[in-house]
Design a protein around this ligand. Structure first.
Ligand SMILES: NC(=O)c1ccc[n+]([C@@H]2O[C@H](COP(=O)([O-])OP(=O)(O)OC[C@H]3O[C@@H](n4cnc5c(N)ncnc54)[C@H](OP(=O)(O)O)[C@@H]3O)[C@@H](O)[C@H]2O)c1
Length: 247
């Protein structure tokens, strides 16, 4: 489905990004993944295969994004698919959240997405597809999640505005909106497997479908948006959340 295409997945070293990178590669794309931890990138490369390009850098750093673009240009020349997926999550209750916590979430989730798109655009071919990773939180009022939810609402908005801005280049921008997905983002440091299972069951019980989602279930939507199968979609959002925000 994606033979002859090139793809960049930011945050491709873990969770939803890793699963999406694997699916895009399985469908024939040449894939690059970006993340800030070199060790995680190495582990992902061992899983994905030696032909996957790894780029170590922080999406909230413009300098790192410029290095990322140079690496992509050197290795791939052009890009057809961008999955701007790198993101962080944290609770931010209104009464106890400091400026540093605010800035970390906004810098990675909002500034990082905006400038990742800006950095990749000069390499993107006509007919390219950009997929942004938002969240079910962009449409609900979840207590203690004000900054994360606002960051994802901004990303949802980018899909609309950037799609309109890139119309003349025939580049489509859409978003995928995951519900609660079983990935390392939910794991506390040093949390045992047993504790994570118990957490997953508690979270799953709040979902109409009765469980947390799997990264592969988001990757399937990413593949659809990356491919010409979604050629009539612009500025849209695919919600993959087991009914969490919709029912
Ligand atoms: N899991 C869910 O329930 C859920 C729900 C809705 C939306 N999402 C969104 O899905 C996306 C992926 O999350 P995930 O659940 O797959 O989490 P994850 O397993 O923790 O993966 C996050 C990825 O982003 C990378 N990353 C984080 N900060 C970065 C930075 N500053 N620069 C470059 N890369 C960075 C991480 O690599 P390094 O740590 O090495 O930087 C990692 O590869 C996020 O945007 C998240 O908000 C997740």
């Amino acid at each position: 489905m994606l033979h002859g295409k090139t793809a960049l997945v930011t945050g491709g070293s873990s969770g939803i990004g890793l699963s999406s990178a694997a699916l895009l590669r399985d469908q024939g794309a040449r894939v690059a993944i970006m993340g800030s931890s070199g060790a995680k990138l190495e582990r992902a490369k061992a899983e994905l295969g030696a032909d996957v390009l790894t780029i170590c850098g922080d999406v909230s750093s413009i300098d790192d994004l410029m290095l990322m673009r140079a690496e992509l240009e050197r290795t791939f020349g052009t890009i057809d698919i961008l999955f701007a997926n790198a993101g962080v999550a944290a609770g931010t209750p209104i009464g106890s959240t400091d400026e540093a916590s605010y800035s970390r979430i906004m810098d990675v989730n909002v500034k990082g997405v905006f400038f990742t798109v800006q950095a990749v655009l000069p390499l993107m071919r006509e007919g390219g597809s950009i997929i942004l990773n938002t969240s079910w939180l962009n449409q609900v009022g979840a207590p203690g999640r004000a900054i994360l939810s606002a960051s994802k609402a901004a990303v949802r908005s980018f899909a609309r505005t950037l799609s309109a801005e890139l119309l003349d280049r025939k580049i489509r921008v859409n978003a995928v909106s995951p519900g609660s997905i079983e990935t390392p983002i939910h794991r506390g440091s040093g949390q045992s497997e047993q504790d994570f299972r118990a957490y997953s069951q508690r979270m799953g019980a709040q979902v109409p479908l009765g469980r947390m989602g799997k990264p592969e279930e988001i990757a399937a939507a990413v593949l659809f948006l990356a491919s010409d199968a979604s050629s009539y979609m612009l500025g849209a959002e695919i919600v993959v959340d087991g009914g969490r925000a919709e029912l």
